[in-house]
Design a protein around this ligand. Structure first.
Ligand SMILES: O=C(CO)[C@H](O)[C@H](O)COP(=O)(O)O
Length: 285
């Protein structure tokens, strides 16, 4: 994304906070049992807004994090942390075909959001746990500032983050080039000179793809439009040996996903709150 000056930064932070306060106001209920909390800088304002409601509102709720950063955020706010494996023990397994959407709601940010609410996530390196938590939630509410909004994914955000096994990383990189990615790169840690290691002990590959792949015969191209679709490109990348998960959040959501059964991919948001630099916000659903 474009570099941002210091003066603009405070406006952007105010925009993020405005979006999160509204998202919590509209969507959080003290009757909730389990609430998913994503990762990144924006989600901090969701946690802030929930904590500000006071213990009488939040004490009965368990907050499911998506990584080490969000675990600390929840804990520092005085809220109760419940990790995914503990959640799954707590709720148990009611048998084949039963719902696995145990979380009442999941709040998270995104790196880019398209007109159909598909997202790119993983700029903060937590995409795998974020996808697990989204998959376990009845609905995903996304919070972002308005710079993240685009008609089509990979318009302003440059790459798709992909979590991969370190041993297969070079193999995955080569397969991504075969698919049409331009210069996919293993991500380095910003604070060291070594590869970034995710919370799951893997590497990330950041894979740029052209926004359009016109005239391509590839099987992840929608022939009617000459474009790759988020669902098809995700499935294609996920099929590469060594890929754990892809940072595209697409697929059915909410009641549609519930109706389709427990194995459906319901990972994209049902609603997005975009904070605007003028202090206002807009929603998209
Ligand atoms: O996907 C993510 C982390 O893996 C974040 O939600 C995404 O990178 C947005 O971060 P921020 O709120 O700091 O802009």
């Amino acid at each position: 994304m474009a570099a941002t000056g210091t003066a603009d930064l405070s406006l952007i932070e105010a925009a993020k906070r405005a979006a999160c306060q509204q998202a919590v106001k509209d969507n959080f209920s003290p009757s909730f049992k389990y609430v998913g909390i994503g990762s990144g800088s924006t989600i901090a304002y969701v946690v802030e807004a929930i904590a500000a409601l006071g213990p009488e509102v939040s004490a009965g709720v368990k907050f499911v994090p998506t990584g080490a950063g969000s675990t600390k955020l929840i804990r520092d706010a005085g809220l109760t942390v419940l990790q995914v494996p503990d959640l799954l023990i707590e709720v148990g397994f009611a048998g084949p075909g039963t719902s696995r959407q145990h979380l009442d709601i999941y709040f998270d940010g995104a790196d880019e959001v398209d007109a159909e609410l598909n997202c790119i996530k993983g700029g903060g390196a937590c995409l795998f746990q974020e996808k697990v938590v989204s998959r376990l939630s009845k609905k995903f509410i996304c919070v972002a500032d308005s710079r993240k909004k685009a008609d089509r994914l990979l318009t302003n955000w440059a790459y798709i983050p992909i979590e991969v096994s370190p041993i297969a990383a070079e193999l995955v990189r080569q397969a991504l080039i075969d698919l049409g990615s331009k210069d996919p790169a293993i991500r380095f840690s910003p604070s060291t000179t070594t590869h970034l290691i995710t919370d799951n002990h893997n590497y990330l590959i950041d894979a740029p793809f052209p926004t359009l792949l016109l005239n391509s015969q590839a099987d992840f191209i929608d022939p009617a439009r000459g474009l790759w679709t988020p669902d098809a490109l995700t499935a294609k990348i996920r099929g590469i040996l060594g890929v754990l998960e892809v940072g595209i959040f697409s697929g059915l959501t909410g009641p549609q996903a519930t109706a389709a059964g427990p194995d459906v991919e319901g990972v994209k948001p049902v609603k997005i709150y975009f904070g605007k630099p003028d202090g206002g916000f807009e929603t998209q659903e």
